[in-house]
Design a protein around this ligand. Structure first.
Ligand SMILES: [Zn+2]
Length: 206
């Protein structure tokens, strides 16, 4: 299970300062009363940014591992939320997705680049739609795009800001913003999707 580690700095700074060493959980989320031998359970590595480690805890009674994901990192996707935000904003700005891909991904063929971009746009925009419903006083009347949310909030980095602002909803929001398990929220819609995306097993971010 992924949990939020409130972390204000960038992914590069997280690596430089070994931010995972500051990630702590006071008590077991499953057994706040204690007695389950809940304890720190090492770290696992992520590919990007290079050198990234994530602190883990384990509850033997609940057979559950908890990963403390810092706000700077995308959930169940390689890299940082800043990188995801840059891609999605480029997709929003571009006159077409093909044009955006031409600027973003010349290393792969266009069909693959379109799927790569489309997955990020769809995932982020779907999360923004859900958040509009969950926080109508904040985002009512706002187009579910990063540019519109950014204007509303007055911030340049919407996704990182939303980790804190929407903390209580993260378990219900899809990756790469939220920590929802693959099939929970909107499962009726997502169960038929064609491209199963990997979870985030230790050391092998999707
Ligand atoms: Zn426990």
């Amino acid at each position: 299970m992924q949990l939020r580690f409130a972390y204000a700095d960038t992914g590069e700074e997280y690596v430089r300062a070994k931010g995972w060493q500051r990630a702590t959980l006071e008590r077991c989320p499953l057994h706040p009363q204690g007695g389950c031998r809940f304890a720190r359970h090492g770290t696992y590595a992520r590919v990007s940014p290079p050198g990234t480690l994530i602190t883990r805890y384990y509850c033997p009674q609940g057979h559950c591992t908890f990963s403390l994901l810092p706000d700077c990192l995308a959930a169940r996707l390689s890299g940082t939320l800043t990188e995801v935000e840059a891609v999605v904003r480029a997709g929003e700005r571009a006159r077409s997705r093909e044009a955006a891909c031409g600027a973003l991904r010349l290393d792969i063929e266009l069909p693959g680049a379109l799927r790569w971009l489309g997955r990020r746009l769809a995932a982020v925009h779907a999360a923004l739609v859900v958040l509009k419903g969950l926080l109508p006083e904040r985002f009512g009347g706002c187009t579910p795009t990063l540019s519109a949310f950014g204007e509303r909030l007055g911030v340049a980095e919407v996704l990182v800001a939303l980790r804190g602002m929407a903390e209580v909803f993260l378990a219900r929001l899809a990756k790469p913003l939220g920590f929802a398990p693959r099939r929970l929220p909107g499962s009726a819609r997502s169960s038929g999707r064609q491209h199963p995306v990997g979870a985030d097993p230790p050391g092998r971010p999707a």
